[in-house]
Write a new protein. Structure first.
Length: 75
């Protein structure tokens, strides 16, 4: 078993952390997080498809929704 390592016990600066998180995610504008449960076989198939297209699952799903809603900007 690996030896135990003492963890640093520094106070967390919440304001600084929020600032860093906002900076990271500021390029996305206002967003809402959504969680989906996929059947495993469908998930595997979709992941293969997006990998072949060199897209992320997020990009793929957003493009599908945009097309369905008539908001597709690639037309």
């Amino acid at each position: 078993m690996a030896p135990r390592i003492e963890l640093k016990k520094e106070p967390i600066d919440v304001a600084e952390t929020e600032k860093a998180v906002s900076k990271i995610h500021s390029t996305q504008g206002n967003t809402v997080r959504v969680s989906l449960d996929f059947p495993e076989s469908l998930y595997t198939t979709v992941k293969k498809k997006v990998a072949e297209e060199r897209k992320t699952l997020r990009e793929y799903l957003l493009s599908l929704v945009a097309k369905d809603m008539g908001l597709d900007k690639s037309k």
